[in-house]
Design a protein around this ligand. Structure first.
Ligand code: NOJ
Length: 568
């Protein structure tokens, strides 16, 4: 039993494992992960020692954005399985002592959702659930405002003549010249934005929450939680490219009206026993803005993305920890730490190049084609150290699948194999997010590395690289120096010594390249410099490199020390 399932405050201290289901484990050989594959790996996740799973969207979808274009929020994508299998999975996760969070996508639907189909066919009630506007300029041939899609290109697509029952949003391609209104899509054209000022939209999503809560789901990760409400009148943005940098002020993001929606959701969640929980994906300008989502009648947790934007540099990381903790504390919420997810470059690769002085301006930072070569062993050493930092902090920690195997970003995906709409919409200037989504290597010496069964009919949906034989879970299983072993040991030590250990207390007077703090009887030391530094006395609980026991902390490494005198 991993977690105490009677503890209703579990979400304050949990370690949540992100399952990107498409790339996790393929049971039927179609090259896509699925629910049966995930069920077969529950013993692995239990042994890893995580408390909960967050499963990326698994609903029916044409996959214009890897499932974030949802066609039906109350069913399962056939390629991933069935509703009955999903229910069995939820039961089994609970039996294993873990919890399940799903991913809700309230900012937009798929363009194949029945609502949007009806809207294009001219149904006025359905149209009012989306953001249709007349164009500007003579004949309305210009988009209603200057907003750009997050994936590149305009955030608006013009529809064929209004009310054309054969309505097809791609204009000339099928339905004749596009001469109708435009619809808003902050992401791909296949992801029309909903209009959250419409009470039907509000009611629909509260009902979707109940649908899954009734099936035992413990909570939701909220996609683009900061995007649902747009500024009245949809004014031009000062900087039209909201895109990669959600921290700039923009009329589409982080509008005050969004909070009322979450108050309603909280009431739904609190009507269940035990109460259900949320984690917001909200890219906002500051920790203060983030804390607004965490007020006592809103969401319990929200991803703190600043650590993910931080270089491997003690001064910046320390500032992030201090600021995040202060603002979350002020509203009584835990900090929610995350080093990676399916949208950003994997930490091993982020840390494999020269590190900046400040937070990355853009969380994505994928424009690496012309940059220095990645030093992957160095990146791995730093990623292991950053993992120990993250797991030692108070609050919640998310682990993205493959992080525990030390996977690096796959940067060399051939252009023709890329699937992320970002690549196409940016006209190839942004390689997109596929490099962090490559299917997990489980065993064996060559692709598909146990991701698909040996007799699989199809190859994995994204190509796995050669040379991952030493990254597989099987290869790491019995190797105490492996990253898998590091995560297992760290998660067990966290449970034993850190879960209730209280706030961070910084060790003063350390080398500027060193970040050191204690929590209860454990101190965490991270050396972001390249030269060794001395360590105080203490029993080494976990070490990201082989050292520590000799009183020396090597460069680019971290260690947890136990002060035996302080163990109660
Ligand atoms: C955030 C998700 O994490 C990302 O993968 C997706 O493309 C956008 N939201 C749009 O839903």
């Amino acid at each position: 039993m991993n977690a105490d399932r009677t503890n209703t405050e579990w979400w304050r201290t949990s370690v949540v494992y992100q399952v990107y289901i498409r790339s996790f484990a393929d049971s039927d050989g179609d090259g896509l992960g699925d629910i049966q594959g995930l069920r077969s790996k529950l013993p692995y996740l239990s042994a890893l020692g995580v408390d909960a799973l967050w499963i990326n969207p698994w609903y029916p979808s044409p996959q214009a954005d890897a499932g974030y274009d949802v066609a039906d929020f109350r069913d399962i994508e056939p390629a991933y399985g069935t509703l009955a299998q999903a229910e069995a999975l939820i039961r089994e996760v609970h039996e294993a002592g873990m919890r399940v969070l799903l991913d809700i996508v309230p900012n937009h639907t798929s363009s194949t959702h029945r609502w949007f189909r009806a809207a294009l066919a001219g149904d006025a009630e359905a149209r009012a659930r989306y953001v249709f506007r007349p164009g500007r300029g003579t004949g309305g041939q210009l988009p209603p405002n200057n907003w750009q899609s997050n994936f590149g290109g305009p955030a608006w697509t013009r529809t064929p003549a209004d009310g054309d029952p054969a309505g097809n949003p791609v204009g000339d391609a099928a339905g004749g010249p596009a001469s109708g209104e435009w619809y808003l899509h902050l992401f791909a054209p296949g992801q029309p934005d909903l209009d959250w000022s419409n009470p039907q939209v509000v009611a629909e999503f509260e009902d979707i929450l109940r649908f899954w809560f009734d099936r035992g789901v413990d909570g939701f990760r909220i996609d683009v939680a900061h995007g649902l409400v747009k500024a009245g009148g949809l004014p031009d943005a000062p900087d039209p490219q909201p895109g990669s940098n959600h921290t700039a002020s923009h009329p589409a993001w982080d509008q005050d009206g969004v909070h009322e929606i979450y108050r309603g959701w909280r009431r739904v969640a609190d009507s269940y026993d035990p109460p259900r929980v949320f984690v917001a994906e909200a890219w906002v300008a500051s920790p203060e803005r983030l804390a607004r989502y965490l007020r006592t009648d809103e969401l319990q947790t929200a991803f703190q993305f600043d650590l993910l934007r931080a270089p491997f540099r003690a001064s910046v990381m320390r500032e992030v920890v201090d600021e995040a903790a202060a603002t979350a504390d002020a509203v009584g919420a835990p900090s929610t730490w995350v080093l990676s997810n399916h949208d950003v470059v994997r930490p091993v690769t982020r840390y494999a190049r020269t590190q900046g002085e400040h937070l990355l301006e853009s969380a994505w930072d994928r424009q690496h084609r012309d940059r220095e070569a990645a030093d992957v062993p160095l990146g791995l050493a730093r990623a292991r150290a950053a993992a120990l930092l993250t797991l030692a902090l108070p609050g919640v920690a998310y682990v993205y699948q493959g992080e525990e195997l030390g996977l690096e970003e796959v940067e060399a995906i051939p252009d023709e194999a890329r699937q992320d709409p970002t690549f196409v919409q940016s006209a190839g200037t942004d390689p997109g997010r596929d490099g962090s989504r490559v299917p997990i290597p489980w065993s064996g010496n060559e692709p598909p590395y146990g991701f698909s069964p040996p007799d699989a009919a199809a190859v994995p949906w994204l190509p796995q690289p050669d040379g991952w034989a030493d990254r597989t879970a099987a290869a790491q299983e019995d190797d105490p120096a492996s990253t898998l072993a590091l995560y297992r040991v760290a998660l067990a030590a966290r449970r034993e010594h850190l879960v209730d250990a209280g706030p961070v207390s910084w060790v003063q007077g350390t080398d500027p390249a060193v970040l050191a703090f204690s929590r209860g009887s454990v101190s965490c030391w991270v050396n972001t410099g390249s030269t060794s530094v001395p360590l105080p006395a203490g029993r080494v609980l976990v070490s990201s490199a082989s050292g520590g026991a000799d009183g020396i902390l090597a460069g680019d490494s971290a260690v947890w020390l136990l002060d035996d005198r302080r163990v109660s």
